[in-house]
Write a protein that binds this ligand. Structure first.
Ligand SMILES: Nc1ncnc2c1ncn2[C@@H]1O[C@H](COP(=O)(O)OP(=O)(O)OP(=O)(O)O)[C@@H](O)[C@H]1O
Ligand SMILES: [Mg+2]
Length: 265
């Protein structure tokens, strides 16, 4: 099981969009996928068309340990894709996590129980330095940092890198940055706008060793797909799926690398 979290400390950077398409495309490729909504805004839960019933467990109960992890997992409309949903009540978990002393490790611990059931866990993370964010980052083998192709995105990238470095220093983040994804890269016909070009160049400059991955193009098709619970290919826009195809390739390469390291040992 590989765990991937989409993290950025500003709103509207493409985290939920990335999680939605990555999870659905991995599931479509036959991988067993668990999506986890680590955001009280619950956008991923909404995109995956899950309605939380008042008396059914969500991520809140899973994190608190009042239900087993499996009891918080629900099927979605997609074969192979499962969800631990959230609603606004998730915000209440902050007290439990900060009081536990090992809040950053809780999600990782809860996921141990289902590690044989899934190939990939995809975590959509709240855009603040909250306890919920800390526990999501603590569970991640890989972090993706989506960042809008604008000044706000570059600033968000810098904040997020600083935050991850701080967490790594205290062993509360033990994964790696899989890559930075420039979001809403705007082209007019065959020409990239200056704003996109300059801001993506700045991301490359600040990326350190992390790769800057293929960009998510600015397009209404993404909104349309998430609203209708579809994939971009189902809307006749397969070319827009390229950044997610690339991430899936990278993840599969990393898995093979890990396997060969294990065999060599
Ligand atoms: N390729 C795209 N081009 C233009 N707009 C897009 C694209 N993809 C998604 N959007 C829109 O951009 C907005 C932000 O995307 P998204 O919700 O994925 O960001 P987020 O980082 O999860 O935000 P938050 O931090 O609030 O959770 C949404 O309104 C979404 O519909
Ligand atoms: Mg979001």
């Amino acid at each position: 099981m590989q765990t991937i979290a989409a993290v950025s400390l500003a709103g509207g950077q493409g985290k939920t969009t990335t999680c939605y398409f990555l999870a659905k495309m991995l599931a479509q490729a036959g991988k067993k996928v668990l999506a986890i909504d680590c955001d009280p805004q619950a956008n991923l839960t909404f995109f995956l068309n899950h309605e939380v019933a008042p008396d059914r467990p969500t991520l809140l109960e899973v994190l608190k340990g009042t239900v087993s992890t499996e009891d918080g997992i629900y099927p979605t409309n997609d074969e192979n894709l499962f969800l631990v949903p959230a609603d606004s009540g998730l915000a209440k978990v902050t007290e439990y996590l900060s009081g536990s002393g090992t809040g950053a490790l809780i999600l990782q611990i809860r996921l141990q129980a289902v590690k044989e059931l899934f190939d990939y866990v995809i975590i959509d993370v709240q855009p603040t330095r909250s306890q919920i964010c800390l526990t999501a980052v603590g569970a991640a083998d890989w972090v993706l940092i989506p960042a809008e192709s604008a000044t706000k995105g570059v600033n968000s990238l810098l904040d997020t890198q600083k935050f991850l470095a701080e967490q790594a220093q205290v062993m509360a983040f033990r994964g790696q940055i899989l890559g930075i994804i420039p979001f809403r890269d705007r082209w007019v016909g065959r020409t990239q706008t200056l704003e996109s070009r300059d801001n993506i160049a700045a991301m490359r400059e600040f990326a350190d060793d992390a790769p800057v991955l293929p960009t998510i193009r600015e397009s209404e098709k993404f909104k349309q797909a998430t609203r209708q619970g579809q994939l971009l290919s189902e809307l006749g826009a397969k070319d827009l799926e390229y950044p997610f195809e690339k991430i899936i390739e990278l993840l599969e390469d990393c898995k093979q690398l890990n396997q060969s390291i294990v065999v060599a040992v």
